[in-house]
Design a protein around this ligand. Structure first.
Ligand code: HEM
Length: 199
């Protein structure tokens, strides 16, 4: 299950950023957008396969992520997941999000709205931001063998930039939703603005 990602660029680059600088993650450049779109045309033919490989790898390398999934947390034998209809369906949902993201690279305001919403829904799935960067790393490992000699260090950098951009927005959405929920559960007398008006 090795992956050449570490040979092309340090895996640490995919690591968790803190919340402050995460909000400022750069979007892909025009050249990178074109590279991502061209490679997506090839990846698209194998999206079901990529979705499954990506999640099986994610659960192998980070078993703590499997525990977040109600459907998969009790599955001990990860090989069984390769033929699971549920994992196939879930993988396809995630790949379809990536497809939408690629399509919106020319309309970053629309991509931003989509990724913020996804981060908010992940708050409700109990999937915290510290895990998001793993998905991009596993996506890269899963698509390399499909793109074969078309895979280059520049293309890897382009996909990394896109994932860092999207996951920083997801993280922002997650934190916004967590703040909103905390606010909702506070009693009126505990809310800061109520305390201020009472002064
Ligand atoms: C780049 C990172 C990720 C992307 C793009 C992504 C995308 C998605 C998408 C598109 C869905 C379908 C539902 C929806 O649209 O709200 C979903 C559901 C879900 N995701 Fe993620 N996800 C990411 C990372 C993670 C991680 C790391 C975890 C767990 C640690 C996770 C846990 C879940 C769970 C539990 C669901 C709901 C599953 C269900 O009930 O069917 N996600 N995700």
């Amino acid at each position: 299950m090795g992956c050449a990602i570490s040979g092309l660029a340090a895996k640490a680059e995919f690591g968790e950023r803190n919340t402050e600088d995460a909000a400022a993650a750069a979007h892909p450049s025009e050249g990178q957008i074109q590279m991502i779109k061209d490679s997506w045309k090839v990846i698209r033919d194998d999206i079901a396969k990529v979705g499954i490989i990506m999640f099986v790898r994610l659960f192998e390398t980070h078993p703590e992520c499997k525990d977040v999934f109600f459907l998969f947390r009790d599955v001990e034998d990860l090989e069984r997941l390769r033929t699971s209809r549920e994992l196939r369906a879930h993988g396809l949902r995630v790949m379809s999000f990536i497809e939408k993201s690629v399509a919106r690279l020319d309309h970053l305001d629309r991509l931003e709205a989509l990724a913020l919403e996804l981060g908010k829904s992940h708050y409700h799935y109990n999937a915290p931001p510290k895990y998001y960067s793993y998905v991009g790393a596993e996506f890269i490992c899963a698509v390399q063998p499909i793109l074969k000699e078309r895979w280059t260090a520049e293309l890897e950098e382009a996909w990394k930039t896109m994932f860092q951009y999207v996951t920083s927005l997801m993280r922002q959405g997650y934190h916004e939703e967590s703040t909103r929920q905390r606010h909702l559960t506070l009693t009126p007398k505990d809310r800061p603005e109520k305390r201020n008006t009472a002064l």
